[in-house]
Design a protein around this ligand. Structure first.
Ligand SMILES: O=C(O)CCC(=O)C(=O)O
Ligand SMILES: [Fe+2]
Length: 362
């Protein structure tokens, strides 16, 4: 029988089949086999101008070109605020299950209209599902998914207020925007003036501990311009730059934010900046908390390279809106998943079909 509480879900000893990944998708490197390949950049003095700024810019551009991932320290974000936010996130995840699981998906449709104080567990439609509990916020809507089960609930006043505060703090646009601006300017790219800060999505993610047959968050690139990510000390964020052949685990650094370039950032730079190809893995010892904020352009912002260097071709055939870019990304993902599923089914069929032995008649 399906467990009825979050605690029970988290304590399940055997992994349900719907979370088991194909062998080629399973982690190749351990969650705690850390690499120091991802640069940790101190941004102290980035606004001072002069030589110091130049040095920081060069490091950021190099990191964007090589990995599309880097970490920043000395960013000036109050450590107390960050720690309060983490505490609040943990408090939230520790809420009694009954409180969380009060509403079903249908009810939230109406409730959303009546109140903004809503969390909903959205169903992970993809198979296999990610082994995680996530709490996200898009504008005023918060989304949660626990092991891919669709559930909804409404926040208490206090939780909502606190949640709102940290969301406002964390997704404060200038933090991410400024970083991308630095990379853009240092890379000699003029701004296209497109509204770049319209939508901010905020994602709070707790991966349960689990075997490495599953993933906390499957391999992907973020669609937006830039993502700021706070991870705890457990480890589990992994990146690849050779299309999944080899992976590295990003070393958790106290007080650092991980910065990921997204697809929009990749296109704006005409592919010069990599869109970070990443995933989050789980482990059998402890669960892990990460908090991400995504800087996305407005849906109607036009996506096209800001600068095409001599001898280069545009990575995009035509300008398109961010909404269209996102739609194409999603359909491509679905197409890949479908192809994979069909190939798997075909393989199973082939294995089941008895081999005809060719008898030679002489
Ligand atoms: O949990 C992590 O470290 C990664 C989160 C992430 O990639 C995302 O939310 O898009
Ligand atoms: Fe991501």
């Amino acid at each position: 029988m399906a467990p009825s509480t979050l605690t029970a879900l988290a304590e399940e000893k055997t992994l349900q089949a719907s979370f088991v990944r194909d062998e080629d998708e399973r982690p190749k490197v351990a969650y705690n086999h850390f690499s120091n390949e991802i640069p940790v950049i101190s941004v102290a003095g980035i606004d001072d101008g002069g030589e110091k700024r130049g040095e920081i810019c060069d490091k950021i551009v190099k990191a964007c070109e090589e990995w599309g991932v880097f970490q920043i320290v000395d960013h000036g974000v109050d450590a107390k605020l960050v720690s309060e936010m983490t505490t609040l996130a943990k408090e939230f995840f520790a809420l009694p299950p009954e409180e969380k699981l009060r509403f079903d998906m249908q009810q939230v449709v109406d409730a959303r209209l009546a109140s903004k104080r809503i969390l909903f567990l959205h169903e992970d439609k993809a198979r296999p599902k990610d082994y995680k509990f996530s709490w996200g916020m898009l504008e005023n809507h918060l989304t949660v998914s626990i092991h891919g089960r669709p559930k909804t609930f409404i926040l208490e006043e206090r939780q909502f207020k606190a949640g709102r505060e940290i969301v406002t703090f964390f997704s404060y646009p200038t933090r991410t925007e400024r970083l991308f601006k630095v990379a853009r300017q240092a890379g000699g790219m003029e701004s296209d003036g497109s509204r770049n800060t319209d939508r901010r999505r905020w994602n709070l993610l707790a991966s349960f501990s689990g075997p490495d047959l599953t993933l906390g968050l499957k391999r992907h690139t973020d669609p937006g311009t830039i993502t700021l990510l706070l991870q705890d000390t457990v480890g589990g964020l992994q990146a690849t730059r050779d299309n999944g052949k080899t992976w590295i685990t990003v070393q958790p650094v106290d007080g650092a934010f991980v910065v990921n370039l997204g697809d929009h950032g990749h296109y704006l730079s005409n592919g010069r900046f990599k869109n970070a190809d990443h995933q989050a893995v789980v482990n059998s010892n402890s669960s892990r908390l990460s908090i991400a904020t995504f800087q996305n352009p407005a849906p109607d912002a036009i996506v096209y390279p800001l600068k095409i260097r001599e001898g280069e071709k545009s990575v995009l055939d035509e300008p398109m809106t961010f909404a269209e870019m996102y739609r194409r990304k999603m359909s491509k993902d679905i197409e890949i998943a479908m192809k994979k599923k069909l190939a798997k089914e075909q393989l199973l069929k082939d294995l089941e079909t008895p081999k005809l032995s060719l008898k030679r008649s002489c």
